[in-house]
Design a protein around this ligand. Sequence first.
Ligand SMILES: [Zn+2]
Length: 238
Amino acid sequence: MAGGSKKQGHEKSDAERLAFIGGAVPGGHGLGQYRNILGIGAHPDDVEIGCGGSLALARKAGSTIHAVSLSRCEDETPSNRKGQREEEFLAASAIIGAKAHLSNIPDREFPENRREVVLVLENLQEELRPDLVFFPSLDDPHQDHNTVAQAVVRTFRRKETLLQYEILRHGSHTFTPTLFVDITATIDTKLRALSAYKSQIESRAYFDEGSFRSLARTRGAQSGCEYAEGFMVQMMYL
Ligand SMILES: [Zn+2]
């Protein structure tokens, strides 16, 4: 492809990208205009996979960012490494600059604990009062992701902007983004945060830098930049 992915003279510099997301473009609705942003996941790695680059970008633009994992996934880890998933989540949250929030919904049993999930989300809404919420796709086939997505739509009805993110894994190929965030300035931060999840790198075929980088490059190619994250708009008010 002519031009490739290298920066050309006409492309935006990092400073220009940050000025844009900070809302400096007249009439623009930049990511940095949101002051209090919540990334909600069922499991410790969901938020970094789905919106880690956008959260890190918003943090650079001065927003307060929160990362939520509703499960600690303790039953998935060997008994001698019980706290590993939690530690990985805390490390990844620190790398993107997010305040970390953890709950104890049992992994893979979210549908049976729907009421608990809603209660946790209601408490987060009350405590943090976010103006932008990232959450898993309503069409995600994983029962935990799907339960969280339904609960988010049910809970956040105070004119928050609601954006669905994609969780790269087996079966995630039907996600069709309608909104893109240029994360060229924070792709390295996102990949560094994901590298904190050693337990997943060891056990999941899709969990490596190459797959995350290539998805971001694909979303970038679809939206005219080097690296991007794609989202589906659930609710937005202009
Ligand atoms: Zn997950």
